[in-house]
Ligand binder design. Structure first.
Ligand code: C2O
Ligand code: CU
Ligand code: CU
Length: 522
């Protein structure tokens, strides 16, 4: 990595911007030039178990076993775009949705059936992606799940084509929309960009009894941005330095919903439940319905909020989820476009038939008890850092000024509660994610960045901002905004062992904005 920094600096000093080392992007598909809303929104299929496995516990139990291979797949992202070669789980992108019940564990086998060559530009200067490592490696992580460390998909637990791993997901947690995705050290951004992501829904009786829209009226929306070459293939841009191609963030101009570009969906004039995931590498979405009904947010990353909130605009950082109710009853026969800012994403075609909608949008959803600050046995101040080169180009991102290979510094004791204060002295919002645990957002406290950079001392400059209404439930990913200390509170329950916490902008994560943490048993 130091070599990469040196070579980036040398190259910029020698040639500066626009030198002969500038990587020229190929001609890309401009989504504005395509006919919009000609493809039906696909719904990922529901995975089916292939067998059972007996586990010994207090009482022996038989758990369903799923088998979801990781393999190349060709997919039609739009009627008028040639087939795109991607990598998928279980033959699709996004992969099949796993439906689980709270308290009922499952096993999933994840065979690596990928080729041995990667089709996206690996940066061998990045930690864990050195030239002596196999090009193609995968390991799957179930984001938002409370799982034993050996099933969590630790970034160094990757395995090569021809190998497989079977993970145990106990599902001993509240109902929520989780998602599974690749987590291989140093190439995570490329593997997820290649298509390695899918949904995992945990349900429970107490949520079923709320009578929310269900079945055909509950629709998952997996949003991801991509750059598509004119021949239909994925393009991942590279830096100006051929042997250090890492870029600081990927922003694609093509927004895929469940793998389709500009799809439409026929809906009836009634309530629907939409389970929305931002599976992009770096893009934050600001979603709104143009000329449409209000959206009600009923849930966030880790399940239902205490009560619905009405939204005009939904902001979702990478890896964040939102659970929405949208009622089309007053929009019979209309066509409503979901937009990210001013960019069309997809279209809802509302039918004009008379129907009876017996589903509900309850006034209250579930109790969400706030964890008192006094429950915390420890407060950690953790800085989010960025190092730039002489030309102000980002080169590396760090957590608490530490690199991946330095010894563990965050080591909470099992079943204790801690406050983590994410002190962001950079100019970016970083979506920070902790594995294993759910947390609550306490507040965001603005501080004097210049003073902090000069002295490492935190001087607060104004009153804290409370969390946004949509952040008042349980979370696993939080937007740590610039010039603020974003404070979260978590009880470190589950299992002792080694996990990770990281920025979910995948380019940052792959370039050292990820740290191991360890839960100690005492
Ligand atoms: Cu989406 Cu380490 O996680
Ligand atoms: Cu995770
Ligand atoms: Cu980041």
């Amino acid at each position: 990595m130091r070599t990469a920094i040196a070579s980036r600096v040398a190259s910029r000093l020698a040639g500066g911007h626009g030198s002969q080392k500038l990587a020229v992007a190929p001609k890309l598909i401009d989504p504005n030039s395509l006919t919009a809303f000609v493809d039906i929104l696909p719904i990922p299929r529901i995975a089916k178990p292939v067998g059972e496995r007996v586990i010994q516990g207090g009482s022996a139990a038989r758990l369903p076993v799923y088998r979801i291979p990781v393999a190349p797949v060709a997919t039609q992202i739009h009627r008028d775009v040639p087939l795109t070669r991607v990598w998928g789980y279980g033959g699709s992108m996004p992969g099949p949705t796993i439906e689980a019940r709270s308290g009922d564990g499952i096993f999933v086998e994840w065979p690596n059936e990928l080729p041995t060559r990667h089709f996206l530009p690996i940066d061998h200067h990045l930690m864990g992606a050195e030239a002596d490592k196999p090009e193609v490696r995968t390991v799957v992580h179930l984001h938002g799940a409370k799982v034993p460390p050996e099933s969590d998909g630790y970034p160094e637990d990757w395995y090569v084509p021809g190998r497989s791993a079977t993970y145990h997901y106990p599902n001993e947690q509240d109902p929520a929309l989780l998602w599974y995705h690749d987590h291989a050290m140093g190439i995570n951004r490329l593997n997820i960009y290649a298509g390695l992501a899918g949904l995992y829904v945990i349900r429970a009786g107490r949520e079923d009894s709320l009578n929310l829209p269900a079945g055909a009226f509950e629709i998952p929306l997996v949003l991801m941005d991509r750059m598509i070459r004119q021949d239909g293939q994925l393009y991942y841009p590279v830096s100006q330095i051929p042997d250090a191609p890492w870029i600081a963030e990927l922003f694609g101009n093509a927004i895929l919903v469940n793998g389709k570009l500009l799809p439409y969906v026929d809906v009836r004039p009634r309530k629907y439940r939409f389970r929305v995931l931002n599976a992009s590498n770096a893009r934050f979405f600001s979603l709104a319905l143009k000329n449409g009904p209000a959206m009600h947010q009923i849930g966030s990353d880790q399940g239902l909020l205490a009560e619905p909130i009405e939204l005009k605009l939904l902001t979702l950082a990478p890896a964040e989820r939102a659970d929405l109710i949208i009622d089309f009853a007053d929009h019979k026969g209309e066509r409503i476009v979901l937009q990210d800012g001013v960019v069309p994403v997809m279209q809802f075609r509302v039918g004009s038939e008379r129907i009876v909608d017996s589903s509900s949008l309850p006034k209250t959803l579930r109790p969400v008890a706030r964890i008192p600050e006094s429950a915390a046995v420890r407060v950690r101040e953790l800085s989010l850092d960025e190092q730039v080169d002489v030309l102000d180009e980002p080169m590396i991102h760090l957590l608490n000024s530490k690199r991946w290979h330095e010894p563990v510094t965050e080591n909470p004791i099992l079943n204790t509660t801690e406050i983590w204060s994410l002190v962001n002295a950079t100019e970016d919002t970083h979506p920070i994610h902790l594995h294993l645990v759910r947390f609550q957002v306490l507040d965001r406290k603005p501080f004097d960045v210049n003073h902090f950079l000069a002295t490492r001392e935190i001087r607060y400059v104004s009153d804290p901002f409370p969390p946004e209404p949509g952040e008042m439930g349980w979370k696993d990913t939080v937007r740590a905004t610039p010039a603020c200390a974003t404070r979260i509170i978590a009880k470190f329950e589950g299992y002792p062992g080694r996990y990770v916490w990281h920025c979910h902008i995948l380019e940052h994560e792959d370039n050292e904005m990820m740290r191991p943490y360890e839960i100690l048993s005492r």
